[in-house]
Design a protein around this ligand. Sequence first.
Ligand code: HSE
Length: 429
Amino acid sequence: MEKTVKVGLLGLGVVGTGVLEILADHQEKIKKSIGASLVVSKALIRPGEDKSALAKKYNLELVTELEAILADPEIAIVVEVMGRIEPARTFIKKALLSGKHVVTANKDLLAQYGSELVDLARDQQRNLYYEASVAGGIPILRTIANSLAADDITEVLGIVNGTTNYMLTKMVQEHRTYEETLKEAQELGFAESDPTNDVDGIDAAYKMVILSKFAFGMTVTMDQVKIKGIRGLAAEDVSMADRLGYTVKLIGSTIKKDDSISVEVGPVLVAHHHPLASIHNEMNAVFIKSSGIGESMYYGPGAGSRPTATSIVADLMTIVNKMKKNTVGHRFTGYTQPTKITPPTENISKYFLSLEMPDEHGQFLKLAEIMSQAEVGFEQVVQEKGDGAHARVVLITHATSETKLATIQQAIKEKTKYKLLSLMKVMGE
Ligand code: HSE
């Protein structure tokens, strides 16, 4: 095999620049590990973009047509760091069809078109690796696919969106508002170009779709994921949760029950003593329950230039090793199971409800009746002194099904004048 493996880079933004830096700074170690040098020889940029300083520094050719990379027989691997669906999807397909291996960090693409791309790579006997697509710098996909391959995973809980974790941390610790913290996260560069995907839970949902495939072998579609973001989350409820012994976190969960899974993203009350409650600011963590290991947690930065680039370069090195051994064409994860989603009757959790109700006699009795008719018990109840006309009542239910919770919501809507201010799952005891 060639002593130098050439790489074509699609996109030269923050992550693309990180790839150049990691390859340059760690070149000796990389060469000793894989027995070859990895060199980015060409980078695709948009017409009009000025990246000449980078091109000079890293001795690479800038091109504005994909064809210049695909038609170059010396380029063996293409790295896609453009993000979003198009043109990334078309470019990756063309790269695979041209006989290139591909590394990508694109979670949107893998979550929505993963099967199509993985199948194409296999048909072409090429490798497609995407470690950086979930929790950037944490090597979680490789860990699940390799190190936990012999284990039976039952639960994957993730703080997999740095923007919302940063916002929630600041809201709890510094009593800052939603708007202030979002602005800061954008300035610090964690947020997506459109932060809607962060705050509405979509970015985390993409990552949970990918994690579900690795942990349970199931191909879940985005419409099978129950997604709720943190938009409009009231600071009062975050503080109340804290008083009751919980930290509010945006949790992505994929949980197995018998032969089905439930995949969700939403603000969750996590018990203070649970390891995920201690993940602060923009950091990410993935907590796994499995029958062999028990509990394990993987912690690190979920975004950023060098952490993400480190995962990408590790993928490049994996591919070079496979090229050397002539074992290309295998999937990143070979685990496949029939996809089955847990029905709402079987999806069990405790819930936190925050209600605004008229501050008058008989209201608690009405609430107790609704709960009793749904056969759901109270675990904790708190009423705060209101403005005289209204009271805020917060409760945590006993463990119940999604179906019974829906009955309670319906009864509140039809039989009372209560306003449901927040509804969150409770976990981690
Ligand atoms: N916007 C994402 C986050 C970046 O905040 O975690 C990494 O996918």
